[in-house]
Design a protein around this ligand. Sequence first.
Ligand code: CA
Length: 230
Amino acid sequence: MSAQRILVVEDEKDMSLGLRDILESEGYEVVTAGTGREGLHLAGKKTPDCIILDLMLPDVSGYEVCEQIRQKKLTTPILMLTARAQEYDKIRGFKVGADDYLTKPFGIGELLARVMALLRRHGGYGVADLDEVRVGSSVVDARHFIVRRDGVDHSMSHYEVELFKLLYSRVNQPVGRDEILLKIWGATESFPTNRTVDNFIVKLRKKIEEDYRNPRHILTVYGVGYKLSP
Ligand code: CA
């Protein structure tokens, strides 16, 4: 199982380093950004599982970063940090898509508890309901469980859709078999195996690829897993 990744967007160096230390010692992978713009960029590029976002940033405010993250259709849970001196507008925060907030100074225990709660509640792949996605000559309509190819609709199963969404959330990057198993089957089946993943990959290929024996979009990354390359 790979570590869950947390993006920390905070310009104050001490706070940023402190958060990194705390989170890394709990086994999380940490990515940091010192400006709102960088945070926004990394929110898309690094596909974090959770974002800790400071309200006061040197370029754009945390509200704005939050809003723009949601406009990109990323559903990554966001924990907003505010200073006691600041008037944090809770309603505005939630309206722009923050999931929770924490007022500085805070205790380590409380921070970790909130992060864990967000990760547990979310448990998704950072992708909102997908609009239609073009993959080669196919169009995947995950919302309606359909792949359209050569004018024909092929229906998708629940697991095929979940698998596609997971691969899509990390487009052009390999997703490990173990992670796929854990995120898609982990909570539901007692004894799924890597074979389960491989079988569903074949099913997806048959629907999406022109020639599923020579896949060009749902690719095997040897020794790792699979990646989607639309
Ligand atoms: Ca700050």
